[in-house]
Write a protein that binds this ligand. Structure first.
Ligand SMILES: [Zn+2]
Length: 395
C-alpha cells in the first residue's frame, strides 16, 4: 500500500520515493509509488498534477486501493530514487475551494438548517445543491457572512482518524459512507465532517467566499460560488468588464443600470416606430403595383427576391381590400425556397385554392388557405418568373 503523504502533510510540494510498479490500463500508462504526495481524485476534490522526474503526471486515480499516477510515456528504467513535484498552484486552489465548501455548507446548516446534498468543484466555479426548493437573497447573505466570519477568525482545521465507535463522540452532521478508518475534519466549535480531501491548516487560508448566483435544479437549489484566489479572479474579470462598459456606454458604473434601461426602452420605441413606417411603405408599394385588365378581373402579379413572406401577405391584403376586382399573385425567391401568396377581391369568381393546388406539386411544395387567399411554398426548382407564369396559366 502506498503511503499517503498528502494526509501526513497537505503542504508537501516535493518528495522522494521509489517506483513499485509500472503498468498500463484503459486510461493509459501509470506508475505506483512507495509513497506519494499526489492527491488522487476523490471526495469531490480533483486529482493533482505535476512531474515525476522528467515525466508529466497527468492524472492520479485510486483504483482498488492502488494509487495510479498516469504518465504520458513510460519510464525506461524504474529502479532507484525518483523525485515528485506537485503543481502547487493547482493543489492549493483545490484546498481553498474544497475547504471553503465545508464552511459554506456548514454555515447554511448552522444558520438556516439547510442541508447540502451534493457539491461539485469545477474549473471556474463550485456548486452545492441545498435541500430546499427556494432561498432568498437574505438567506444566502446570512450563510455567506457566517462562512466569511469563520475565515476571518482563523480557526484551526484539524484532521483525526477515528473508529466508528469513536465517531459518536463528535457532533457530525452527516454519517460518513466509510465505516473503518474514518477521517474527521474538524473546525472546532463549528464543523465536524468525515472527509478524505486535503485542507489548509487554518480557515484564514481560504481567504474569502463569494456566492455568485443560484438556480432551481431538480427541486433543489443549486448555488454557484467561489473561494480563495478565485474570488479575486472573479472581481478582476467582472471589474474589467464594467470598466469596458463605462467606456462603451459613456456612463459611470453607478448609473449603468439606468443608462441601459433607458437604451432598451428607447430601442423598443424605435422598433415600434420602424414597424409602423414599414407598414406605411408597404401600402404605398401595394398601391403602386399596376394591374392588367382581363375579362372580369384585374391581374396584379410580381416576383421578388429575398423578402419575408409576411410583407407579401400585407401587400396582397392591402390591394384586395382596396380593389374588389383584383387578383394578386406574388412570388418570392428566398434562399433555396420559392414562396407564393395569391389573393383576390370580392368580385372575381375564380377559386384560387384550386388553382394554387395545381402549382404546388411542381415545386415539391404545399400550401393552403381559403378560396380567396392562399399561401405556400416549395423548393426553388424553377425560376420565380416561371412559377408566376404557371400560376397565371391556371386562372
Ligand atoms: Zn474536506
Amino acid at each position: 500500500m502506498t503511503v499517503k503523504q498528502y494526509y501526513q502533510d497537505a503542504y508537501m510540494k516535493a518528495f522522494q520515493t521509489a517506483i513499485q510498479d509500472q503498468q498500463e490500463d484503459e486510461s493509459g500508462c501509470y506508475v505506483v509509488l512507495e509513497q506519494t504526495a499526489f492527491y488522487p481524485t476523490g471526495g469531490g476534490q480533483p486529482h493533482d498534477t505535476g512531474t515525476l522526474m522528467d515525466k508529466r503526471i497527468i492524472n492520479v486515480e485510486e483504483v482498488n486501493g492502488e494509487i495510479r499516477h498516469y504518465i504520458e510515456e513510460p519510464f525506461d528504467d524504474i529502479s532507484g530514487v525518483v523525485e515528485g513535484q506537485i503543481d502547487w498552484e493547482r493543489r492549493f486552489d483545490h484546498m481553498q475551494q474544497h475547504a471553503g465548501q465545508h464552511f459554506l455548507s456548514a454555515a447554511f446548516a448552522e444558520a438556516l438548517q439547510y442541508e447540502t446534498i451534493s457539491f461539485h468543484l469545477g474549473k471556474e466555479f463550485l456548486t452545492i445543491d441545498l435541500n430546499v426548493s427556494d432561498i432568498s437573497e437574505s438567506d444566502a447573505l446570512k450563510a455567506e457572512e457566517l462562512a466569511n466570519r469563520i475565515i476571518r477568525e482563523a480557526r484551526p482545521i484539524e484532521t483525526k482518524w477515528v473508529t466508528e465507535a469513536e465517531l459518536s463522540g463528535y457532533p457530525i452532521r452527516k454519517q460518513p459512507s466509510v465505516t473503518d478508518e474514518i477521517r474527521l475534519v474538524i473546525i472546532p466549535g463549528f464543523d465536524y465532517n468525515g472527509c478524505g480531501g486535503t485542507h489548509p491548516r487554518s480557515t484564514s487560508e481560504v481567504g474569502a467566499i463569494k456566492i455568485l448566483d443560484w438556480e432551481k435544479h431538480k427541486g433543489h437549489i443549486r448555488l454557484r460560488f467561489v473561494c480563495g484566489d478565485r474570488v479575486l479572479q472573479q472581481l478582476d474579470r467582472k471589474h474589467g468588464i464594467l470598466k469596458e462598459l463605462t467606456g462603451v456606454l459613456q456612463s459611470p458604473v453607478e448609473n449603468m443600470v439606468s443608462t441601459v434601461d433607458r437604451m432598451i426602452t428607447k430601442q423598443k420605441e424605435q422598433e415600434k416606430a420602424l414597424e409602423g413606417l414599414k407598414e406605411v411603405l408597404l401600402t404605398y408599394e401595394a398601391e403602386g403595383l399596376l394591374g392588367v385588365r382581363k375579362d372580369d378581373y384585374t391581374l396584379i402579379q410580381r416576383a421578388y427576391s429575398d423578402r419575408p413572406i409576411q410583407e407579401l401577405q400585407k401587400i396582397a391584403q392591402h390591394i384586395v381590400s382596396k380593389r374588389e376586382d383584383a387578383i394578386v399573385m406574388l412570388v418570392v425567391h428566398n434562399d433555396q425556397k420559392l414562396q407564393l401568396v395569391v389573393a383576390k377581391g370580392s368580385l372575381p369568381t375564380i377559386n384560387l385554392r384550386e388553382a394554387a393546388q395545381k402549382v404546388f406539386p411542381l415545386i415539391n411544395g404545399k400550401g393552403g388557405g381559403k378560396e380567396s387567399f392562399v399561401q405556400g411554398g416549395g423548393e426553388a426548382v424553377m425560376s420565380k418568373e416561371d412559377l408566376l407564369e404557371k400560376l397565371v396559366n391556371e386562372l
